[in-house]
Unconditional design. Structure first.
Length: 302
């Protein structure tokens, strides 16, 4: 009888208690990672393998087209992609088609290029900064970087940046990766750079954009997608597996940083918290329905 009384009272549970429980189940996995298993998908594997198969001397363009509102989804994948590229010794040219992208790029470069890999700015990587113009900028750098980016984000003339001496146009780059939360973004890179210039392109996007981009993947115009926070978690997993198992193609510094990669799996932590929170919400829904039917059954008796 006591059990039924408890079930009857569940639907009148103080909402503040529910909010507290949800807060705890979100907070605890963030503080104490649970390490839930991550199953990788073909979309993420295609993007990862395309980058992994780039030659060691490859030059890669990363374009940042997201801001603070989509940072939780896209920032972890930007961190992982940069770690992947730098662990192979690739050179990276960064640019931004969104004003907020400049702040996102500076933050992730500060973490990965400066703090973790201790790379030389202007030699191993460069941040050209933001230029307005949307797809016009993409068309422009297809003909000349110097005409569109006379200086980098620090105000240094592009002619004085060693990494840019051999990068005159987009054709001098081996791969393009777009971190995109909307327009301009991944689709514009396909239409105005990848297709006309035959440069492979991939992207990391918010989950809501994936359906718009799938036709480009199926047609071969895009080499995989990192799709939202789940995709970022998958990419983190693939990168750790590679560093653990690779014997000859990674820098010694990348192997030394493996414990750091494992500790800073932000997307995986977020997915742990999200998964547990969803389970608890489903549990509340089930218990609420049970409570409703118990009360309804009791009312019919009387």
């Amino acid at each position: 009888m006591a059990k039924y009384n408890i079930l009857e009272k569940l639907d009148s549970l103080d909402r503040r208690i529910i909010f507290l429980i949800i807060a705890l189940v979100v907070l605890i996995p963030l503080l104490i990672p649970m390490g839930l298993p991550v199953e990788t998908t073909q979309l993420t594997e295609d993007a990862f393998n395309t980058i992994d198969n780039l030659p060691q001397d490859a030059k890669v363009l990363l374009s940042f087209e997201y801001g603070p509102s989509t940072k939780p989804e896209i920032h972890p994948m930007a961190t992982s992609v940069l770690r992947h590229l730098f662990s192979k010794g690739n050179k990276v040219v960064v640019m931004c088609l969104w004003p907020d992208g400049l702040f996102m790029a500076n933050e992730v470069l500060g973490l990965v290029a400066e703090e973790e890999f201790n790379l030389e700015y202007g030699v191993d990587y460069v941040n050209l900064g933001y230029r307005p113009g949307n797809e016009a900028v993409i068309k422009g750098i297809g003909k000349s970087f110097a005409a569109n980016f006379s200086v980098d984000s620090k105000g240094t003339p592009i002619s004085q940046i060693p990494i840019m001496h051999d990068v005159q146009t987009l054709r001098d780059l081996d791969f393009i990766f777009s971190f995109s939360a909307g327009y301009p973004g991944a689709i514009e890179w396909v239409l105005y750079a990848s297709d006309p210039l035959q440069i492979p392109v991939s992207s990391g996007n918010t989950s809501i954009q994936v359906n718009q981009l799938l036709p480009y993947v199926k047609s071969g115009q895009m080499k995989g997608i990192i799709a939202g926070m789940p995709g970022a978690s998958e990419y983190e997993t693939l990168l750790i597996r590679k560093v653990e198992n690779e014997t000859g193609l990674l820098t010694d510094q990348a192997r030394m940083l493996l414990p750091n990669f494992k500790e800073k799996r932000d997307a995986t932590k977020f997915m742990d918290a999200q998964s547990v929170a969803h389970l608890v919400i489903v549990l509340f829904i089930v218990l609420g329905n049970i409570s409703y039917f118990v009360k309804r059954k009791k009312q019919r008796k009387y």
